[in-house]
Design a protein around this ligand. Structure first.
Ligand SMILES: Nc1ncnc2c1ncn2[C@@H]1O[C@H](COP(=O)(O)OP(=O)(O)O)[C@@H](O)[C@H]1O
Ligand SMILES: [Mg+2]
Length: 271
């Protein structure tokens, strides 16, 4: 393929991305500095929090080498292509695409940044998302290629930065907030996840990972604090079963905290 042909293909892809974006009212990027703080759990539950509010919602798993969204939704099948478009999965009323649906289970993807970015472009250009109120991108930890690609191509209206209250996580979240600022994402909010744990035996409140780290960071950096989400054993179990906790236990403290965050995002964005 010569340079002219390559440019033509890239321009056609850029046009398809523009077309996709034009049909999605609000786009949310969920990221953090640190791994394992609950980005995927929150992405999934926010998506269904929006769904139960009547919004059409999609979930784009932008964690290409560690994709977990499919597992948390119990999606085991591979993807289907129709007329060169990828058909997103529809699960519990939301649309979803994940690299996990494109590779055999357990198979590692040993890809450098540009390859991972290419897949994200394809998820935007070639997945038939249709008209959506919200599209949520669940990102890998850190401030690497995936978030750069999402910022440039998906053009998020909102960055949800997830941290636990623990200092080591807050420190990384600060980098994520500053990256979101540098990328010009208009609305930036912090979620403090795994914030408090209610012991099922003695009913005592335990600050497993410290207290108020996310709240203080939001204050220091002048961004919105979206809320605290407790550590809940049932929520963890639901992730493994493949059903979002917010659908299974809508009255739990975990689910109520998610709904409060959904309400803040909704008020800000007024879909
Ligand atoms: N609030 C929570 N209560 C209980 N378990 C949680 C909570 N948030 C996340 N988890 C669990 O913690 C682990 C890491 O969460 P995950 O969403 O995969 O993090 P990340 O996407 O940031 O790597 C998962 O096993 C998930 O089920
Ligand atoms: Mg994840």
């Amino acid at each position: 393929m010569n340079q002219e042909e390559k440019t033509k293909l890239l321009n056609a892809e850029a046009d398809r991305i523009t077309d996709t974006i034009s049909k999605i009212k609000y786009r949310i990027a969920v990221f953090s500095g640190k791994g394992g703080v609950g980005k995927t759990t929150i992405s999934v539950n926010l998506a269904y929090g929006l769904c139960v509010n009547g919004f059409s919602t999609g979930l784009l798993d932008a964690d290409i080498t560690g994709p977990n969204v499919a597992k948390m939704l119990g999606c085991e099948e591979g993807v289907i292509y129709i007329n060169e478009s990828i058909v997103p999965f529809e699960k519990y009323g939301a649309k979803m695409i994940s690299m996990a649906s494109l590779i055999p289970k357990g198979q590692p993807l040993i890809w450098r940044g540009p390859m991972r970015s290419k897949v994200i472009n394809q998820f935007l250009a070639d997945v038939d998302w249709g008209e959506l109120d919200y599209l949520i991108a669940d990102l890998p930890p850190g401030t690497g290629d995936e978030i750069l690609t999402i910022a440039q191509e998906m053009k998020p209206d909102c960055a949800v930065i997830v941290t636990t209250p623990q200092e080591v996580s807050v420190m990384d979240a600060e980098r994520a907030v500053n990256m979101a600022k540098q990328m010009g994402i208009p609305f930036i909010g912090i979620v403090e996840n795994m914030s408090g744990f209610s012991c099922p035996h003695c009913v005592a409140e335990i600050d497993l990972l410290g207290k108020d780290g996310g709240l203080k960071l939001a204050d220091e950096l002048g961004v919105r604090f979206l809320g605290k989400i407790p550590f809940e054993i049932e929520a963890r179990k639901q992730s493994d079963i493949g059903k979002p906790a917010i659908l299974k236990n809508p009255n739990s403290l975990f689910s109520k905290s998610i709904i409060e965050i959904v309400n803040k995002i909704k008020i800000n964005q007024q879909v």
